[in-house]
Ligand binder design. Structure first.
Ligand code: ZN
Length: 65
């Protein structure tokens, strides 16, 4: 039995991460995003829905002034 095994093996810091486009929270790479990590912009479904709010309403610019 070899009792001397390297303690640090997990390279979690090597995982890519980027801020959510809506809430700005850092989201860490997930295996589920492996195929479309480049297209992922939101940390959660809630943020994806909030995207429209972040971009601002569209179509209601003509308010009676
Ligand atoms: Zn978010």
């Amino acid at each position: 039995m070899s009792a001397a095994r390297s303690a640090h093996k997990g390279n979690k810091a090597a995982l890519p991460s980027k801020p959510c486009a809506v809430c700005g929270r850092p989201m860490t790479w997930r295996r589920a995003w492996a195929k479309n990590w480049d297209a992922v912009r939101y940390c959660s479904e809630a943020c994806r829905r909030n995207r429209s709010q972040a971009e601002g309403p569209v179509g209601t610019l003509h308010d009676n002034a």
